[in-house]
Design a binder for this molecule. Structure first.
Ligand code: UGA
Length: 432
């Protein structure tokens, strides 16, 4: 199939490349000239395991192209994927649809024949209806279908999530569009994935509801972890014991520093705002947002307790700065609220991050980036394992911390408290 992907951000780049990899002719377009030039030479702007190789392979085989000529790409394709960003509007907490509608207008002026227009960007319910209204007025009187096909790609696992998804959701009532979308996904859904077609508004809501539910699971287990810390129970036992019930499921029950990233914080706020518009109170999601916002305060108080209220001049090392492992993304990373709170109390912070120094942390004078784990932990009084990168999973902690007074605070529960105790290491996890 001939596919045009508009927007080469995270979603567009991964989806476009994966569509090319399963045999389609794909043109990925963007208004950013530099980005397109780089991509055309196989230089990718984000860190995503396996993506660079896949981009290079498909460029070489001619199935994947990058361009800034949006009109031309639209005209040449029969499937147009809208993958532009829908950032939050700070004042209203609603998704900003400015870029989506700009693209819709561009498609309208190039709609020379039947095309399927697919929204992959996370958009609130009724966005598809609005796009349809824009396209109806096209001067060529061409027919078209507007379909919602939300993405469920996790950063760091995006290629796997694309190739082996739990489900593919397609929202449209057009039989023709369903048939084409099904054949597009055939190489993937053959691997026994469920293809689920529903109404367009239904698909739009499935995306928000899924993210809100996953955020709820995480906040739920984080609150249980708080309780475990008070009752001397290991939260991991609770996660396993609950997760074995198939009605609950074991995934996304890992207690940690709170959810971050570009999706859960943004989408939980946006679904509450959307519901308000439809005069519905999503009280559970509202509580989840508050619970997650409160998470850094709880972790800060725990650090105070661990350091016996003596934070001034303490050297605190963060291993990992991004919101989770296998990404270079700092958006809503828990360390962005923890570090300033620690600095205010006079701490000195060192950090090591596998994807390099972070510009978001440059503004803090007393936050220092170290190029490796050894340097970062040399003077540490407290080491915080902030993300679960593989390289933090097999640290020779005994060798690394020569000073017996160093304390480890493992926010991802990578290590076993029993083993740490045996090795004489002062260790704290989450919910233990
Ligand atoms: C999330 C969803 O998982 C994807 O399905 C969705 O497509 C994507 O948002 C999106 O809307 O674009 P992502 O934000 O990349 O993906 O990352 P996740 O792996 O879901 O993690 C989100 C946050 O939850 C991270 O801060 C992570 O550390 C935290 N988390 C996750 C936990 O604290 N515990 C868990 O058990 C799982």
């Amino acid at each position: 199939m001939k596919i045009c992907v508009i927007g080469t951000g995270y979603v567009g780049l991964v989806s476009g490349t994966c569509f090319a990899d399963i045999g389609n002719e794909v043109i990925c377009v963007d208004v950013d000239n530099k980005k397109i030039n780089n991509l055309s030479s196989g230089i990718i702007p984000i860190y995503e395991p396996g993506l660079e190789e896949m981009v290079k392979r498909n460029l070489k085989q001619g199935r994947l192209k990058f361009s800034t000529n949006v009109s031309n790409a639209i005209k040449k394709s029969n499937l147009i994927f809208i993958c532009v960003g829908t950032p939050i509007i700070k004042k209203t907490n609603a998704a900003n649809l400015k870029y989506v509608f700009q693209v819709a207008k561009k498609i309208k002026s190039n709609l020379i024949n039947y095309k399927i227009i697919v929204t992959k960007s996370t958009v609130p319910v009724t966005t598809g209806d609005k796009i349809e209204n824009i396209l109806k007025k096209n001067k060529f009187k061409s027919k078209f279908d507007v379909v919602s096909n939300p993405e469920f790609l996790r950063e760091g696992e995006a290629i796997r999530d694309f190739v082996v998804p739990d489900r593919v959701v397609v929202g449209t009532t057009s039989k023709k569009a369903i048939k084409i979308m099904k054949s597009l996904y055939l190489p993937i859904i053959k691997k026994s994935t469920r293809f689920f077609s529903t109404s367009r508004r239904g698909a739009e809501l499935i995306k928000y509801a899924s993210n809100a539910f996953l955020a709820t699971k995480i906040s739920f287990i984080n609150e249980m972890a708080n309780l475990c810390e008070e009752c001397n129970i290991n939260i991991e036992d609770i996660s396993v014991g609950m997760g074995l019930d198939q009605r609950i499921g074991e995934r996304f029950l890992r207690a940690g520093p709170g959810y971050g990233g570009s999706c859960f914080p943004k989408d939980t706020r946006a679904i509450v705002t959307l519901a308000k518009k439809f005069r519905t109170n999503l009280s559970i999601v509202n509580s989840v947002i508050k619970s997650n916002e409160n998470r850094s305060k709880i972790l800060f108080n725990r650090i105070l307790k661990i350091l016996k209220n003596k934070i001034k001049n303490k050297q605190i090392t963060f291993l990992g700065a991004t919101f989770k492992a296998n990404t270079d993304d700092m958006r809503e990373s828990p360390c962005l609220s923890l570090m300033p709170a620690l600095l205010l109390r006079g701490a000195k912070i060192n950090y090591y991050e596998p994807t390099g120094a972070k510009k978001e942390l440059h503004k803090f004078k007393k936050v220092n980036y170290s190029k490796n784990i050894v340097n970062a932990t040399k003077k540490a009084d407290l080491i915080i394992i902030h993300t679960e990168w593989n390289e933090f999973k097999h640290l020779n902690l005994k060798k690394l911390i020569k000073n017996k007074n160093v304390i480890i605070y493992d926010m991802r529960n990578i290590y076993s408290p029993e083993k740490m105790k045996k090795n004489g290491i002062k260790y704290y996890g989450i919910g233990k």
